[in-house]
Design a protein around this ligand. Sequence first.
Ligand SMILES: [Zn+2]
Length: 194
Amino acid sequence: MELTKIICPKCQHKNTNKTYKQIGNELKEKVLDRTLFRFKCRQCGYQALLDYSLQYQDDEKKILIYYVTSQEELDEVMDLLEDESVISDTKDYLCRVVCCQEDLIEKIKCFDLGLDDRIIEIIKVLFYKKIQNKYSIDAIRFFEDYKLKFYYQEFEQAQVQFDENLYQSVKKQYPNLSQDVRIDFDWAISQMTK
Ligand SMILES: [Zn+2]
């Protein structure tokens, strides 16, 4: 935990806020509800979401997620991950790199349920292909259990349920997916067109 000085954009009060560089699963709920990123001015009560990079490490599930907020940091982390000597402590961890808070939250939810995020991304693509002619899709997110949430026409959102059978059949269909650190929609497309 670090203490970071933040000047309130509304009243200019100098606040001291907790921020984190590395967290474990004891702070998981605070990531999921984003209170970890919340700033509230002690003087005027102004609230905002902060954005800062952090490393989420779950030693029970052996999961390591790097959340980065800039291209520079993304490059640094990707470099670091190529150097095996640096990551020897977490060599047997499942590692992911994400670039937005929504992705961080989604990965944590996914791994918590014991689901493979690679399969989830492929299911998103399958679903996208089905509805892309009907809606202009902005984003598709894994939501909970076997549910996806999709955002369309800028402000609309809807949920869709898939079942374990679909999950298992996709898993069977793609038995040799690579274990990359950047697992997202584009990655899924690249795997499906191999
Ligand atoms: Zn203030």
